[in-house]
Design a protein around this ligand. Structure first.
Ligand code: AMP
Length: 305
């Protein structure tokens, strides 16, 4: 780049200068251009942090970008609604897309680089016949059981994105607890050099975990959706006094009484392995995970106990 005009836009800075001084955010749609800019930054000795997202950004995403900004000289955010991780085509079609607002938020947050690829850029040979990863029992547990193929799709896209961006660190939210464990395994299996950092779940004032899917809820359902947080909090408060199976049954009944149409699971599990917990003991960290539908929108949340 240099001085000139492109598509009616005047520019007078080089990619390198823009990245060095972070005058503005640069949006890349193509891998080759992104990689050229990132290798320039690497030559300057900059560390690269990466936050993969599916867009419809909220404060939860921004908290991860902020963490990356604190720990790296350059932060890359990607927005890509990955078709291979949607087991339900309707869910894919309805996934909120708000690119204009996202770009505005990212610029406000001081993000340096946005990678906004098309499906063919990520999957040049089509979305079929992708890699398959040996995720072991994690693949069929909890979300794996209810969303067949989902975690394979997540691994495919994150593996591809990590190969393209090659960050020192990439940032994930605890909100997607099982996804964090799955991606740790994928990184190990593929021997990737990137480190994983996990940020806490950001919540709305009433406790509902922030999620792009929340925008699909009517005002009534949005209000009722807080029952998921209430049920997790109830379990956290009572884990020492009540039997695990009773707590799970009570929480499911509470959700169904309070506006949820269907509960995939409320599961109390070992926080490290996600295997079902049978009792609360001092020596084991536990986590409670929930997945339930309200107005046909599937919400997930979790809380360490
Ligand atoms: P998504 O766009 O839903 O694929 O999410 C992109 C990243 O943001 C994932 O690592 C999520 O776990 C993380 N994330 C989503 N919601 C939240 C939240 N409420 N708090 C913190 N991180 C989140």
């Amino acid at each position: 780049m240099g001085k000139g005009t492109k598509n009616g836009w005047k520019f007078n800075f080089s990619t390198k200068e823009a990245l060095l001084t972070a005058i503005t955010m640069i949006v890349f749609k193509q891998i080759t251009a992104l990689q050229a800019a990132l290798s320039e930054a690497r030559e300057q000795g900059k560390t690269i942090g990466f936050v993969p997202t599916m867009g419809a950004l909220h404060q939860g995403h921004l908290s991860l970008l902020q963490l990356s900004g604190q720990q790296n000289q350059l932060t890359v955010c990607s927005i890509f609604v990955n078709p291979t991780q949607f087991n339900d085509p309707k869910d894919f079609e309805k996934y909120p897309v708000t690119v204009g607002a996202d770009i505005f938020l990212l610029e406000q947050a001081g993000v340096n680089v946005l990678f906004l690829p098309s499906v063919s850029e990520i999957y040049p040979n089509g979305t079929q016949s992708q890699n398959s990863y040996d995720l072991g029992y994690l693949e069929n547990l909890l979300d794996g059981a209810y969303r067949p193929g989902h975690f394979q799709g997540v691994c495919q896209v994150v593996h591809r994105l990590l190969t393209i961006v090659q960050p020192q660190t990439f940032y994930l939210g605890q909100k997607d607890y099982q996804q964090c464990l799955v991606l740790k395994r994928m990184v190990q299996l593929e021997n990737l050099p990137s480190r994983i950092a996990i940020g806490p779940t950001l919540r709305e004032k009433d406790g509902l975990a922030m999620s792009s899917r929340n925008t699909r809820l009517s005002p009534e359902a949005r209000e009722k959706a807080t029952a998921i947080f209430k049920s997790l909090s109830y379990i956290r408060e009572n884990i020492k006094n009540k039997a695990i199976s009773d707590l799970q049954t009570e929480a499911i009944a509470f959700l169904l009484r309070n506006g949820f149409d269907k509960v995939d699971y409320i599961a109390i599990a070992d926080a490290e392995t996600l295997l079902p917990a049978t009792e609360a003991t001092q020596d084991k960290k536990l986590v409670v995970l929930a997945a339930a539908f309200i107005e046909g929108v599937r919400l997930i949340d979790n809380m360490t106990l």
